[in-house]
Design a protein around this ligand. Structure first.
Ligand SMILES: O=C(O)CCCC[C@@H]1SC[C@@H]2NC(=O)N[C@@H]21
Length: 179
């Protein structure tokens, strides 16, 4: 394995750990917790790009899947993925892929990063809410009230913060040849 890919895999593992920590910064508002996991996912994808950003997010989900308590509230295991909040956890992988793909196509400017991160938030919230509706057997308005409405504005704000910070951090890491 080339040194460069080994270095990027280590960086991706570090970011997976950062996502795990951010997921614990949460407020329990059943049925779905408010958590900083999403901002960490968006930062990761904005900084690392499509390949290593989505790798870091996938490693995070896989760690939880095998039972490491990295999901919100220090939970882990396959049951969480199959449960009411599993859709958000599955959705962060395509969301990270989307951010990386979009920024590779349209360049890493702050405006493009805000657009990419806002679309990613919608991907996470739409998949998560549909999953919540089906798994928790809620009516559509119950799923919207519990799974989408409380998060839409805070998560769009997180998208803006992640985009602005992500572009700055990425530029610094690229200049320092760290990524
Ligand atoms: O069980 C988990 O670890 C997943 C929690 C998912 C929380 C979702 S992600 C999108 C939305 N924004 C939040 O702050 N919370 C929900």
């Amino acid at each position: 394995m080339r040194n460069e890919s080994l270095k990027m895999m280590i960086v991706a593992a570090l970011f997976a750990a950062i996502i795990a920590v951010a997921a614990q910064l949460m407020i329990n508002i059943p049925p779905v917790p408010f958590t900083l996991m999403t901002i960490a996912v968006m930062l990761t994808a904005t900084i690392l790009g499509k390949k290593y950003g989505s790798l870091a997010v996938t490693v995070y989900v896989l760690m939880g899947l095998v039972g490491i308590p990295v999901f919100a509230g220090m939970k882990g295991g396959f049951g969480i993925i199959l449960g009411p909040t599993g859709g958000y956890l599955v959705a962060i992988i395509p969301a990270a892929l989307f951010i990386g793909w979009y920024l590779e196509k349209f360049k890493h400017t702050k405006v493009q990063a805000i657009i990419a991160n806002m679309i990613a938030v919608l991907i996470i919230l739409i998949i998560g809410t549909v999953w919540l509706k089906v798994v928790a057997d809620l009516p559509w308005n119950g799923a919207f009230k519990g799974g989408l409405l409380p998060f839409i504005l805070p998560d769009l704000a997180k998208a803006i913060v992640a985009a602005l910070l992500g572009v700055i951090i990425r530029n610094r890491l690229v200049s320092a040849k760290l990524i």
